[in-house]
Design a protein around this ligand. Structure first.
Ligand code: 6U4
Ligand code: NA
Ligand code: NA
Length: 184
């Protein structure tokens, strides 16, 4: 539909750590968020996820791996804006070379090995590791993250999300219209 904009969003973890980004401009400026952005015209959500993750962190993930990392869709509507946001959601867990907590036996071909020293931001966003899921700055993130991100990180199994959130004017308060989160 005309009034819908599509995005990809990637939750990036390394075991019990999460990499989030402080936004310096654009939507969510001054707040922490996961990585991602708008789909280019005709672009596949998976390809956009790979592109945005690389632009914003320097981390490369193959299209195949990103395809397998899709965990759902979030929809956002706004009291003060007719444009609906449709966000394709991915969860990527990486292994950091040299990081003591990573299990050496997890050497499947699917593993994404990242050298933490190569992680870098861009003019738009500065990535930062949060060492423990309990320390995520939810007070300085979009209000819906408290609902779905905590569910994703708490789950030991693969999850599928379908979330609908409506932001009241001002953008501080969110109403959950509907969500269907399942562990599979
Ligand atoms: P430009 O500057 O045009 O290149 P771009 O990086 O393409 O921007 P941007 O920064 O507007 O797009 O993307 C916003 C990102 O924030 C997308 O990945 C979607 C995500 N996002 C939008 N609303 C969100 C929300 N309520 N909660 C959340 N992520 C949200 O966790
Ligand atoms: Na972005
Ligand atoms: Na972009």
């Amino acid at each position: 539909p005309r009034n819908r904009k599509e995005f990809s969003l990637i939750v990036l973890t390394n075991e019990n750590r999460i990499l989030i980004g402080l936004k310096h401009r654009g939507f969510g400026k001054g707040m922490f968020n996961s990585f991602g952005g708008k789909l280019e015209k005709g672009e596949d959500p998976v390809v956009a996820a790979c592109r945005e993750l690389h632009e914003e962190t320097g981390i490369s993930v193959t299209v195949k791996h990103m395809t397998e990392s899709k965990i759902g869709i979030l929809h956002f509507t706004f009291e003060d804006d007719p444009v609906e946001m449709c966000v394709h959601l991915f969860r990527v867990n990486v292994s950091c070379c040299g990081h003591a907590t990573d299990k050496a036996d997890n050497a499947a071909s699917e593993q994404i090995l990242v050298d933490p020293l190569t992680i870098r931001g861009c003019d738009e966003i500065t990535p930062e590791w949060i060492e423990n899921f309990y320390h995520i700055p939810l007070h300085n993130m979009f209000a819906d993250d408290s609902i779905w991100l905590t569910f994703v990180l708490a789950s030991k199994k693969k999850v599928v999300l379908d979330g609908w959130f409506h932001f009241l004017a001002g953008g501080q308060e969110v109403n959950t219209i509907h969500h269907h989160f399942v562990d599979i």
